[in-house]
Each structure stands twice: as C-alpha cells, then as structure tokens.
Design a protein around this ligand. Structure first.
Ligand SMILES: *[C@@H]1O[C@H](CO)[C@@H](O)[C@H](O)[C@H]1NC(C)=O
Ligand SMILES: *[C@@H]1O[C@H](CO)[C@@H](O)[C@H](O)[C@H]1NC(C)=O
Ligand SMILES: *[C@@H]1O[C@H](CO)[C@@H](O)[C@H](O)[C@H]1NC(C)=O
Ligand SMILES: *[C@@H]1O[C@H](CO)[C@@H](O)[C@H](O)[C@H]1NC(C)=O
Length: 333
C-alpha cells in the first residue's frame, strides 16, 4: 500500500516536472513587448496573427529565438500584405542576428536609424520593397555584419564611403535602386572577408577605384566610365565580373587577365583594341564583348571559339571564328 502511494506520487511529481524540463525557455518579456509594438506599428496585419498574448513568442510566425536564452534572434517578414514603414521598434530587439523585410511592395519610408542599435546583426535584408531615402551611413556601425542586401528598392543618393569599413562583410548588394554619385575610393580597401559586390542597375558615374580587388563584381547598367585595366591584373582576385552597359573606354589589348577569371561580360561599352592572346589560357564559362569598338582577329584556342557569335558581334572589325573569317583586305589573317 505504502509502496503504491510512493510510486504514484513519484509519477505525479514527474508528470508535473516534465513540461518544464522539456520546453525551451520562454520568450524574453522585453522582446515580446518590442514585437507587440512592431505588430501595432504595422497596423496588426493578418500576416502576424500568430503573435498573441499568452503564447510563447518563440513559437510565433516570422521570428526565431535563441534556445538557451529565449532572446529573439531572427525577424523575417517576407511576402505579406504589409502596408506602412519599418517600425523603429525593431531596434528594441538587441539580440537580433537576422533582420529581413522582403517582397513587401507596400513597405514605404526610409530605413530607420534604430537599426544601428542592433550590434549583433550578421544579416540585414531589406529587399523588393518601396523603401526610399538614402543608404544610411549608420549601417557601418554594424561591425558583425556579413551580408547586406538592400537591392530592389527605391533608394537614392550616393553610396556612403563608410560601408567599406565593415570588417566582416562578405557580400553587399545595392543593385536595382536609384543610386547616384561615384563608387567611393574606400572600396579599394575592402576587408579580406569581402567576396561579392553588386551595384548593377543604378545611376552610378565616375571611375571604378583602381585598387578594387574582389572575386565577384556586378556593375552592369550604370553610367560608369574610364579604364578597367587595373581591376584586372596578375594578382587580382577577380573571378566573375559584369561591367556591361556602361561607358568604359580602354585598350583591351593591354589588359592582363588573371587566371582566376571564369565569367566576364563587357557588352555595350566603348572598349577598343584587339583581344589579347592570354584570353586563350582562361577557363571561361561566359565571355561577352559584344557592342564595343574592338578590332582584329579573335585569338584561337581555349574557350574563345566555343562562345557564340553573339559574344563578339557589333564591334568595329572583330573577325575569325566564331565570327566570319578575316578578309584579305583588312590584312588580318
Ligand atoms: C498594397 O496596398 C494596396 C492599397 O491598400 C492594396 O490594394 C494592395 O493589395 C496591397 N498590396 C500588397 C501586395 O500588399
Ligand atoms: C491587403 O490589405 C488591404 C487592407 O487590409 C486589403 O484592402 C487588400 O485587399 C489586401 N491585398 C491583398 C493582395 O491581400
Ligand atoms: C587581391 O586579393 C587576393 C585574395 O585576397 C590576394 O591574394 C591578392 O594579393 C590581392 N591582390 C592585390 C593586388 O592586392
Ligand atoms: C552578349 O550580349 C549581347 C548584348 O546584351 C546579347 O545580345 C547576346 O545575346 C550576348 N551573347 C551571349 C552569348 O550571351
């Protein structure tokens, strides 16, 4: 009898303990408060109906918690019917690592300065929205940032030179905005971690900093001018580059293309001279020099003859396979 009572009470005790043993820590109260402010600020949208009082906010839609601390570390609002501005209260989630507002065509206003308080951010994505105003220089205070994606918005003004000082940045995408001005000279001194820079589809002008040295670079569809020779060179990291549809003007025969180069688009510029023979030594997957002012025989070898004719057409007098043979009259055999 005694034994049965003992076992039963152990059983009851265990069943009482089990839920608290197996559950992760509940959401931090300050973070919950900030999330309710964010929800209210966005006009209590349908997208956030799972954000309810008396339910652990670690289980809510669009957020994630750190399992050990119960602090919110991810806020991802993607493709909802959200109208309004980015709530400044996002700055009250101090342990955020990922912050994302994406595919929200009715998200308007500027990027709020409270984001500068998020000193643990590793990824900031504000993309495919109707955000306007400048690319804020305070983003350079987010020293732990690895990925910055502000593409497909309506941002205006110039690129803040301070962004080049971010010590852990790997990739920056500011493409598809309305940015003007030059690529800051500071981008010639990016950190060693930096791999990819995307600035295409803007209205950037001026020259590209000569010491720029990264493996992936997309500057297509701007109004950039000047010489790209020094972006290439024996000791440069460049692997994939799109410089198409700009006003670049230089003699390509003098360029030293690094062995690492696999993907190059130079179409629609004012590049002149003949293609250097060193191009035949590259493992090119894509190569397009169409719509320039190039002349002379396409060097034979490597991948150059495997490219389509459209990679070479609309130049001054490029000839030889895959273009028509060089004519006797041109003196090019
Ligand atoms: C944007 O707002 C307009 C006007 O309120 C609304 O009709 C439309 O459905 C919204 N679109 C999206 C994708 O949120
Ligand atoms: C978005 O929300 C607005 C206002 O709540 C509503 O009028 C509109 O129909 C919604 N649009 C879509 C695409 O759900
Ligand atoms: C460019 O970057 C690569 C890889 O980080 C490095 O090995 C190379 O020395 C750099 N070249 C120049 C000219 O700074
Ligand atoms: C090269 O670029 C031109 C201009 O954009 C385009 O018409 C052509 O199809 C491209 N060729 C290849 C092989 O990508």
């Amino acid at each position: 009898m005694k034994k049965t009572i003992f076992i039963t009470s152990i059983f009851i005790l265990l069943s009482l303990l089990t839920p608290s043993l197996s559950s992760t820590p509940t959401c931090n109260k300050n973070d919950e408060k900030a999330l309710f402010q964010i929800k209210k600020s966005l006009g209590n949208p349908y997208h956030l109906t799972s954000w309810k009082k008396n339910e652990d906010c670690c289980t809510w839609y669009c957020v994630k918690c750190d399992r050990t601390t119960g602090r919110i570390n991810e806020l991802t609002i993607f493709s909802g019917n959200i109208t309004g501005q980015i709530p400044p209260e996002v700055g009250n989630l101090p342990y955020l690592k990922y912050l994302e507002f994406r595919k929200l065509t009715n998200l308007t206003g500027q990027i709020p300065s409270s984001i500068s308080k998020l000193t643990h951010l590793t990824m900031l994505t504000l993309s495919w929205t109707d955000l306007s105003g400048p690319v804020p220089s305070f983003i350079s205070q987010l020293k732990t940032l690895n990925y910055l994606d502000l593409s497909f918005n309506k941002l205006t003004g110039s690129i803040p030179p301070e962004l080049a000082t971010l010590p852990k940045l790997i990739e920056m995408d500011l493409s598809r905005n309305k940015l003007t001005g030059v690529i800051p000279e500071s981008f010639g001194k990016l950190s060693k971690t930096f791999v990819a820079l995307h600035l295409s589809h803007n209205q950037l002008t001026g020259h590209v900093p000569k010491s720029l040295n990264i493996s992936t670079i997309d500057l297509a569809r701007n109004q950039l001018t000047g010489d790209l020779s020094l972006i290439f060179g024996k000791n440069k990291a460049i692997e994939r580059a799109d410089f198409s549809r700009n006003g670049f003007q230089f003699d390509i025969s003098k360029v030293v293309f690094p062995k690492s180069l696999t993907w190059l688009d130079l179409n629609h510029n004012k590049i002149y001279g003949s293609l250097p023979a060193t191009l035949t030594g590259l493992h090119l997957q894509n190569f397009n020099v169409s719509y320039n002012k190039l002349c002379g025989k396409i060097p034979r070898g490597g991948e150059l003859q495997k490219m389509e004719l459209t990679s070479y057409f609309h130049n001054q007098c490029l000839c030889g396979s895959p273009m028509p043979a060089c004519s006797k009259r041109s003196g090019l055999f």
